[in-house]
Design a protein around this ligand. Sequence first.
Ligand code: SF4
Ligand code: SF4
Length: 456
Amino acid sequence: MYTFKGGTHVTEHKNTSNAKIERMPAPATVAIPMAQHIGAPCRPVVKVGDHVDYGQLIGEAGAGLGCPVHASVSGTVKKIETRISAQGVPVEVIVLENDGLYTLSDTVHPFPKPLDEATPDEIVEVIRNAGIAGMGGAAFPTYAKLKSAIGKATTLIINCAECEPFITANHRMMVEHPERIIDGVKVLMRALSLDTALIGVEDNKPDAIAILRENAPTGIKICALKTKYPQGDERQLMYALVGKELPAGKLPADIGCVIFNTETVAAIWHAFYNGTPLCKRVVTVDGDCIGRPTNVKAPLGISYRDLIAYCGGLVKKPERLINGGPMMGNAQWDLDAVITKGSSSILVLSHEFCEKGHSKQPSACIRCGRCVKNCPMHLMPNMLVNLAMRRRFKDSESYNVMSCVECGTCSYNCPGGMPIVQHIRVAKASIRAAQAAAKMQETAQQKEKSKEVAKQ
Ligand code: SF4
Ligand code: SF4
């Protein structure tokens, strides 16, 4: 059985694992953010009043790291304005009025040659133009990940673990469209000049494992992973599948691996074989406040409000709205926030549910050691929380706070109800801010020095 050291078995709540993916009609308007990825935000290339077609480029990425953005409906540009994103930062948004016609942009074409004639550079370009960013949540531009792995990575891994509670979007994608995943993997194998690939699926999805095995050719191995959180974390997945540990500060490609998420691979299949850019994604909508929990193929830019209304609306007073899973997702405050490339689920939970789960009032550390035993990064979360609560952020660096992957396993298991990961996040953010300030000061000093030298 493939597994890793540490981690924990969380209550699964996979209520929608049998809920077929539903294609919902796009709402009257969508609001498409220009920043849905890691890297610089896009620059709008349309103006208010313009007509746009489905799949048309509306936000152009600059020369650096970025990911173009496309229209997820056909219609008219109604507004371009700044809003606060689901991550709490201001972002430029293009609001499109849907004409309901789904007119396809004439820029959408499948790749003109068979796969075995495509060069790695051509495949990278297809993925870049399709605006694909990691759909497991990280939203790192996929073309950049692939490009940096070409000639370096010898192991291609597809992350189909889906270890977060509630989320079943990838599970349904594997069961309903296994051929898209397998053919998408072949596109990546071609780009990386590899003959083999590993697909890791947690063993709580036996139907997905079986159907992928039926569809996979020799060379693509389907590996059943022990169901344990956070199996979907890249470091744990690599350790489980190839036995390699990723040193702190290194990328998977540095140890010969490259990892892509299930739906990212399906998006690559769409881009290569249909020419369609990333305009939709599967979202699990669940939680005890949702009238009809299900999986929805939703247009990017749809509001949580419209998505929840499609899924039967709210049947209980909500206490928490979460973008992503309950372990690593972000709490939200605005139903008008929208689905982006990295949004795999929307959860709405009631007070009673939250009380039943993890509502223990924070008390104090009783030094039970459970957090240390379960930390998949082999850290000492008890020390980290202790230092963070005293704002001794600098000292927490010597306990490798920056290696924390913020999986929340420590908080989940803490009998004292300590919000460990929340304190660690504050510590990490403060350390990053201090590092950025020091860098700015250094740059300013260097500029001053250069000016002085120029004057002499
Ligand atoms: S799990 Fe909680 S109570 Fe136990 S050592 Fe860690 S912080 Fe302390
Ligand atoms: S310290 Fe970080 S990596 Fe370790 S269990 Fe807690 S959140 Fe996860």
